[in-house]
Design a protein around this ligand. Structure first.
Ligand code: HSE
Length: 449
């Protein structure tokens, strides 16, 4: 039987990982899916650079800058889209689907924003559309949630799903290194997106959370409704206070099912989060990712592994490819639906706005060191019925204490129990209006998971 031919759109870090994994493990993969599978074509912008990379890896691949010729090539059955960005990736994928090609993509931005269109096109042309490499790199978390947990009602998904962000937070915490210095290293290692602001501002994690939420709850993709905050504003001081209180600061994506007056709604949010140091998630370091799923039959299950990188992400794409090879010639409507639930059974579950999220809070208030200040602050929290779990009052910092003319300022750190975010923000506005509180309060969310 002839081999199954795969065409790549892009031949960068992930594309090279796919080609290498398929070539090195060709015999094992043939035993798994019954056909030999090989990458035969790759479309790129810089042909000479890709040819050099292919030669160095000893890969015999036809490299072209004509992507349209790859997506329409009569010998190619499967396309791996690893070029990134929304366009021209979207048009090329739609063209590939129209030509009857199955697709696996590592492009979470593409799926999060245009997935509803792409899945409909895949259904129309009776082909498969996989996105295992889009979420958490080498961790087979899409398959785990979509298939392994298919018998469960899923309550929540919470994870470290941006390797670059976790790499930066880990190095800043453990090595006291500068943000930009660590970011450059992450870029050199191929972890960061072409536009690294996607990593540090939380957009990449939001793309991935959008996909996880849809397969967990059976809802259409709602990227536009995710609350997104990144790690740019995390200060060393807050990492230190959090540690003293027994918490680590991690950037989490959280999708949680809520019951509001008998109706289901979901929280979709990515933001820096304090989590107890004893949690396994708090001990996920560097570029590693981990996703914690809470479901009714299993309880909590945790999926851990490399969240980015050439062969880990390549491995996830190859797993999609193997599923597609096994399904060649069969009716794809009999395969696992891309969003885990039948397309006509997706529910338009409402996403809660920021004010309605419920979580604990870490508040760092910089206040004048004078009698009554703590009572004023505690009074405001009490008035709003916000229950406090811990209070940490620090010495004034040395620079401030040395300035004889300035009022002495000191940081007061409070941890609250769970509260509706709108209530907390109202209380914080009142704290910031106090004359003895001269600057903005630092507010971070806390999850005990
Ligand atoms: N930039 C992404 C990350 C790559 O750092 O997690 C993997 O999606």
């Amino acid at each position: 039987m002839s081999s199954v031919k795969v065409g790549l759109l892009g031949f960068g870090t992930v594309g090279q990982g796919i080609a290498s994994v398929l070539a090195r493990n060709a015999d094992e993969i043939t035993r798994r899916c019954g056909r030999r599978v090989e990458v035969t074509h790759a479309a790129v912008r810089d042909v000479a650079k890709a040819q050099a990379a292919a030669a160095e890896a000893n890969l015999d691949i036809q490299i072209t800058d004509d992507a349209a010729s790859v997506v329409s090539h009569p010998d190619i059955d499967i396309i791996c889209e690893v070029m990134g960005g929304e366009q021209p990736a979207l048009d090329l994928c739609l063209s590939a689907l129209a030509h009857g090609k199955h697709i696996s993509t590592a492009n979470k931005a593409l799926v999060a924003v245009h997935g509803n269109t792409l899945f409909a096109a895949a259904q129309k042309y009776k082909v498969m559309f996989g996105f295992e490499p889009s979420v958490a790199g080498g961790i087979p978390v899409i398959k785990a949630v979509r298939e392994g947990l298919a018998g469960n009602r899923i309550n929540s998904v919470a994870g470290i799903i941006n390797g670059t962000g976790n790499f930066i937070l880990t190095a800043m915490t453990d090595q006291g290194r500068d943000f930009n210095d660590v970011l450059q290293e992450a870029q050199a290692l191929g972890y960061a997106e072409a536009d690294p602001s996607f990593d540090v501002d939380g957009v990449d994690a939001a793309h991935k959370l959008t996909l996880l939420a849809s397969i967990a709850f059976g809802m259409p993709l709602k990227f536009d409704e995710v609350l997104i905050e990144g790690i740019r504003n995390i200060e060393q001081e807050d990492v230190v206070h959090a540690n003293e209180l027994g918490y680590a600061v991690k950037h989490l994506g959280i999708a949680r099912r809520r019951n509001i007056e008998g109706k289901t709604a979901v929280e979709l949010r990515v933001h820096p989060t304090l989590i107890p140091q004893r949690q396994l998630l708090a001990n996920v370091h560097g570029v590693m990712n981990a996703v914690l799923v809470d479901s009714d039959a299993v309880g909590q299950s945790l999926y851990y592994g490399p969240g980015a990188g050439s062969e880990p992400t390549g491995s996830a794409a190859v797993a999609d490819v193997i599923d597609m090879v096994r399904a060649l010639g069969s009716d794809p409507t009999h395969q696992v639906p891309p969003l885990a639930f039948q397309g006509n059974a997706l529910e338009d579950i409402p996403v809660l706005g920021a004010d309605d999220i419920e979580t604990g809070f870490y508040c760092r208030i910089t206040a004048e060191d004078k009698p009554g200040v703590m009572a004023d602050i505690a009074g405001i929290f009490g008035k709003h019925n916000i229950s406090l779990e811990a209070i940490l009052q620090k010495e004034p910092d040395a620079d401030n204490a040395a300035d004889e003319n300035a009022a002495t300022l000191l940081p007061i750190v409070l941890l609250s129990h769970q509260v509706r975010e709108g209530v907390m923000r109202q209380a914080i506005a009142e704290v910031e209006a106090l004359q003895s509180v001269p600057s903005a309060v630092v507010l971070l969310r806390v999850e005990n998971l």
